[in-house]
Design a protein. Structure first.
Length: 147
């Protein structure tokens, strides 16, 4: 059993829940994905593997994965919440192109010195850091120049 599966199983046990077959399929699909996803995309991925999972099960399981510390809501784009698995991955910055929807990630550690310094000046204790930056990617900027 992989670490993320053990963590989820332990978390579910604290809630009096079990790692059912549908939850296991969802968990496996999430950790097979190496990109951001929304509930519908996750459902389509799981549905291609098994018919044992409904969209309602997806919507009920995502908050459990978030509460277990395995998944986070990364950002909201095109009117949908987008998620990513975070267990075992370093924190990062999301750069979202408002024109094409592309998402690029860079290491958050490049900015943490400045964040900590600003927090210290304000007498603020940082507990979590999530940074999403919206703008235009280089492709969309190039397209603007050609118009």
């Amino acid at each position: 059993m992989q670490d993320h599966e053990l963590k989820f199983k332990d978390y579910l046990a604290t809630k009096g829940l079990k790692l059912t077959s549908p939850r296991k399929h969802i968990l496996d699909a999430v950790f097979d994905l190496h990109e951001h996803f929304n509930a519908e995309e996750l459902y389509n991925r799981v549905k291609s593997i098994t018919s044992d999972v409904s969209i309602a099960t997806i919507y009920r399981t995502i908050p459990l994965l978030v509460d277990a510390g395995l998944v986070q809501q990364a950002l909201r784009s095109s009117g949908r919440d987008r998620y990513e698995h975070i267990y075992g991955h370093p924190k990062h910055i999301h750069w979202l192109c408002k024109a094409c929807g592309a998402i690029v990630e860079t290491d958050l550690n490049t900015l943490m010195g400045a964040v900590r310094e600003q927090a210290s000046l304000m007498g603020f204790r940082v507990q979590e850091t999530e940074i999403s930056i919206m703008g235009l990617c280089w492709k969309c900027i190039d397209n603007e120049k050609q118009i």
